[in-house]
Every structure is written in C-alpha cells, then in structure tokens.
Design a protein around this ligand. Structure first.
Ligand code: C5P
Length: 221
C-alpha cells in the first residue's frame, strides 16, 4: 500500500450533489452519489493528510479521520468551501453543484389549483465555486482541482472547461445512462493546465482518487 506520503498537507474535498429547495418538501437535485468524493477523502486520510470533506446530500457514512461538514445548497457549499480553503494546500471540487436555483423559495408547500396551469419555475444562477476559488486562491500556491462530466467530445470540452474555470487539474469522465453515477467504478482522463493528459483506466473510484492525489502531490513539491 501507499505510505503517509501526504502527511502535513491540508486537503479539502467536496462531494455529493447540491439540492436547491423550491418549498419545504421539494428541491432541484442531481444524480451525483458522492462516492468519488468520499473515495478521495478516504484515500487522502489513508495517505496521512488532514482532510476536510464537505458533503452535499451524499447519504454515505462519514469518513473516519476526516473533518466532516454537511451542506445542502450551492450557496452553503460555497461558504463551507471558502472557509475550509483558507488554509488548504489543495481543494478538489468533486461535488455536482447545481448551476441554477429557484429564484423564489416558497415557505409553504406549493399547491396545485384545479383548472389552473402550473406556474413556471424561475431560476437564477448559482455562484461558480470552482471558478471563484481558481481566481482567488485563498492560500498562496494552492492547487485547485475540478471535475467534469461530459456526454460527448469529452477531451475537447474538458480542455475548454479547464481553461474557462482556471483550475490546475480537471478530471473528465464520460457520463451516460449507465456510466459513473452511483457506480463503484469510474474511468477518466485527468487534464492538467500544463498540457499533460493522464488517462485512468476503468476501475475502482479509489484508484482514480489515488491518481488525483499523486498529481496533486507532484505539483505541490
Ligand atoms: O461547469 P460544470 O458544472 O460542468 O463544472 C463542473 C465542475 O465545477 C465541478 O468541479 C463542480 O464541482 C464545479 N462547479 C462549481 N460551482 C458551480 C458549478 C460547478 O464549483 N456552480
């Protein structure tokens, strides 16, 4: 196995998927299971790092040895990530963050009215946490890692996204009806801002996590 090669590093991982409430009983959500982010946190703890895992609705057991922070919405996730990033050597944004949230939160349950069409749901943009973090780097020399799920032109879209977000590494995986979401396994390419590409063959999410930490550690030293 791997020794404590990440000892002395403070690492932050976000995992899961945000839920954006419409009313007390409904939300806009996504299909992220949180498993990849939890695997990142577990492997980092196993390799000796101090880890903060910011979990959005993953429904998974807390990671032993990690500082856990539980959030629901993108706005809460942003607050938690920025707070934890202040003294972090690296931040990995594995969470699926809703791009939009309902413009209005109804404090009472939205009701159907006989004979009336439903009201459209107006949406507003959520903050882009990865882009903000990449632009501000709360700690000098901090490494920022993003994830991207793409359905087509995976590498070309990944390159564009890496440049647009301004992060150091982008883990790109192809998603479809049966791929990645909820699965124990993953297949990905890690794109680096230095132009290099690191394919990770289909395998356990821990293997992809270890590759991410290898690339992070290389770039921090
Ligand atoms: O733009 P897209 O959602 O495909 O980007 C995915 C990456 O950006 C993930 O790392 C995700 O955690 C991050 N993200 C974010 N804030 C958003 C949307 C995505 O940090 N509002």
């Amino acid at each position: 196995g791997v020794g404590p090669d990440l000892a002395g590093l403070r690492l932050v991982v976000s995992a899961g998927g945000t839920r954006e409430p419409l009313d007390p009983v409904r939300y806009l959500g996504n299909r992220s299971s949180g498993k990849q982010g939890y695997a990142l946190a577990r492997t980092a703890v196993a390799r000796g790092a101090r880890v903060t895992l910011i979990a959005a609705n993953a429904g998974l057991p807390d990671v032993a040895g990690a500082d856990m922070v539980h959030v629901q919405t993108a706005v809460q996730l942003r607050e938690a990530v920025l707070a934890a990033a202040a003294d972090a050597d690296a931040v990995v944004m594995a969470a699926a963050v809703a791009d939009f949230r309902p413009a209005v939160y109804a404090s009472g349950k939205i009701k159907k009215v006989d004979g009336r069409d439903p009201e459209p749901v107006a949406l507003v943009r959520n903050p882009d946490i990865l882009a903000e973090l990449s632009a501000t780097r709360p700690k000098a020399g901090q490494l920022v890692v993003g994830f991207a799920a793409e359905t087509d032109d995976v590498l070309a879209n990944g390159r564009k996204k890496l440049a647009r977000k301004g992060c150091d590494l982008l883990v790109v995986n192809e998603v479809g009806d049966t791929k990645a979401f909820g699965s124990e396994e993953n297949e990905a390419v890690v794109l680096s801002a230095d132009g290099s590409e690191h394919p990770v063959p289909y395998g356990p999410k821990e293997a992809l996590a270890d590759t991410v930490w290898d690339l992070v550690a290389e770039r921090l030293t």
